[in-house]
Design a protein around this ligand. Structure first.
Ligand code: ADE
Length: 232
């Protein structure tokens, strides 16, 4: 999978890309991630990428020209499945969205700033908008990093153990059950007996029951109407 991120602050991605799963995905060749500094596409002699809004109002607006030049340059090289604009007004990102994006070959993520982009970018250049939650960030970079991380870990081969992505919270509509590791007892706090035993069926049942119980307690909205375990 290839992800092109268009941003005013490419340096913001450095730490995130050089660690953990994103780093592994890149090293193994599952992820090609390119950062594009929007200012490089400005034809203005001050390399500016924003301007005052027509009709007045507070804040600056990102101009269409550098964004169009950057997206056009990328599209001249390959086809893209989606051009995603990260914005607080988009549909909120969730696991099904991450699943479907993980099937894409090429994605563009455009990080918003200031008061947002000229509306014509949304109308003519962007194919979808994604918010990562109902709060406003200073810019779209963290949102692009969140989306990239959630998507690439689902690309087959990125995680060593294929089942670990499938057993993530939300993949089966449930949050994850509790997990434990050694020691079996610490300060008198014990690991549940069933997990220490040898019966795999009982362990699987325990994990499933705990996942349902936790979902009911913490995220009852995830339990579907037609589920065998309806939220009270
Ligand atoms: N840009 C600013 N806030 C955002 C949010 N919540 N999601 C995505 N992009 C954003």
């Amino acid at each position: 999978m290839r992800i092109d991120i268009i941003t005013l602050f490419p340096e913001m991605f450095a730490g995130f890309l050089d660690y953990s799963i994103p780093q592994r995905a890149r090293k193994k060749g599952f992820l090609e991630l390119e950062l594009h500094n929007l200012r490089d596409y400005s034809t203005n002699r001050y390399k500016s990428v924003d301007d005052y809004p027509y009709g007045g109002g507070a804040g600056m607006v990102m101009t269409i020209e550098p964004i169009d030049r950057c997206i056009s340059a990328l599209k001249a090289e390959r086809d893209y499945d989606e051009v995603i604009y990260t914005s607080p007004d988009g549909p909120v990102f969730d696991q099904p969205m991450a699943n479907s994006l993980s099937l894409c070959r090429n994605l563009i993520l455009l990080c918003g700033h200031y008061k947002g982009v000229d509306e014509r970018v949304r109308e003519h250049l962007v194919t979808r908008e994604i918010s990562i939650g109902d709060y406003v960030l200073s810019g779209g970079e963290l949102a692009a990093a969140v989306i990239t991380d959630a998507v690439i870990r689902l690309v087959p081969g990125v995680l060593g153990d294929e089942t670990s992505a499938l057993s993530d919270s939300f993949q089966d509509g449930l949050v994850s059950p509790p997990v434990y590791t050694r020691p079996p007892e610490y300060k008198g706090w014990k690991v549940p007996e069933v997990l220490l035993g040898g019966n795999d069926r009982l362990k699987a049942e325990w994990r499933y029951e705990k996942a349902v119980e936790r979902t009911r307690e913490r995220r009852p909205g995830l339990l579907k109407e037609d589920s065998a375990f309806k939220a009270e």
